[in-house]
Structures are given as structure tokens and as C-alpha cells.
Design a protein around this ligand. Structure first.
Ligand SMILES: [Zn+2]
Length: 195
């Protein structure tokens, strides 16, 4: 891994993260991880996702609304640190110093990156989006010392050594986005680019 990786261009487009949301996040972290804090400190994992839609704006709106999510019915609302649009624009929605709810079992230590797209194949087949994604991920890896094996897809969350979840019914909960075969290719590209 190169020590000195320049940051890619990042468009700041913050979602509201006021005191109430911080409180919600702290309570969530306490419930699920036993950590009474909303702060992301020394992240160890990067989780890649796709949005299952075609709209950056709709994605931003979903994350901005601090409403209980439709699946687990909890606050804070779901969010992610970065969203990469189909044209390759990298938007940052949340500072890296704050936790975001994007992956059950890993939110205490993971940076989340969403890709606007309906499937892994759509994202992996979009050269501009993929190039932006690899640049952003390499920069984050260098900045936080995150090894390529800890750059994972959402679908791989349960096998991360950093996975932890105190709530019984969620201990095996994951999603299908960014499959292992997609991420095997993705990690190979990261390594190749890093040389
Ligand atoms: Zn996901």
C-alpha cells in the first residue's frame, strides 16, 4: 500500500446530523455494540454497497431523513459516509468522525461507500464510477491503514473479524449487495492499482 495517496475530488453534500441524530446514533451503538458513543474512531473496515436505484438525489433524501428504517424499525435513519454517482462524482454525506448506520454488525468501525446503481454488475461495468470508487477506497486505506482484506462487500459482513452484534435476532443479518465474487474482482483491482 502506498503511504502517500492523494485524495480524489470529493464533493461535500452533508446530510443533517444534528444533536438528536447523534443521540440516536449513540443509543444505537450502545444497544448493538456496547459502545456509548456516536464517534467513529480508527475505522478498521470499508464496506462497499450499491443503492439498488438509479438516483443520487433519492439516495441522499433517504439518508437525510432521520426516520426509522423500513426493515429494522430503528433510529437513527440509515446513512453512509460516501455516495458515488453513476457519473463518477464522489459525494461525502457524513464526516469520517461520525458513525453511520449502513451495515449491521460493523457500524462501530466501518466507513460506508454506496454506489448508485441497480446491481453489482451495473457498478462494476461503469468505468467512471469504478475508477472513482477505487481511488476513494485507496485513499481511505492509506489514510487509516486499512488492509485490502478489510475492504469488503455488504454481503460479506458476517465473515469480518470485526463483526459484532449484541441483539440476538440481528446476529446473522446481512444484505446481498456487493457479493463475494464481485469483491474478489474489486480487491484484485485495488491491489493492482496500488502497485
Ligand atoms: Zn448495502
Amino acid at each position: 500500500m502506498l503511504a502517500d495517496v492523494p485524495p480524489p475530488p470529493i464533493h461535500q453534500d452533508p446530510i443533517p446530523y444534528p444533536v438528536q441524530r447523534k443521540r440516536d446514533m449513540r443509543r444505537y451503538a450502545e444497544r448493538h455494540y456496547g459502545i456509548a458513543s456516536f464517534r467513529l474512531e480508527g475505522p478498521k473496515v470499508i464496506v462497499q454497497h450499491d443503492t439498488a436505484n438509479d438516483s443520487y438525489r433519492a439516495t441522499w433524501n433517504t439518508f437525510a431523513a432521520n426516520v426509522p428504517d423500513p426493515e429494522l424499525h430503528e433510529r437513527p435513519g440509515t446513512c453512509t459516509h460516501f455516495v458515488i454517482d453513476a457519473d463518477g462524482t464522489i459525494h461525502q454525506l457524513v464526516p469520517l468522525s461520525l458513525m453511520c448506520r449502513h451495515t449491521v454488525g460493523l457500524n462501530h468501525t466501518a466507513i460506508g461507500i454506496e454506489h448508485v446503481g441497480r446491481s453489482d454488475a451495473q457498478v462494476m461495468g461503469n468505468r467512471r464510477q469504478l475508477r472513482a470508487s477505487l481511488r476513494l477506497t485507496r485513499w481511505l486505506q492509506a489514510r487509516f491503514g486499512i488492509a485490502t482484506e478489510h475492504v469488503i462487500g455488504h454481503s460479506e459482513s458476517l465473515s469480518s473479524p470485526y463483526h459484532r452484534e449484541r441483539v440476538d435476532r440481528l446476529k446473522r443479518q446481512t444484505h446481498g449487495d456487493m457479493s463475494r465474487s464481485t469483491m474478489t474482482r474489486y480487491r484484485r483491482m485495488l491491489e493492482r492499482d496500488a502497485r
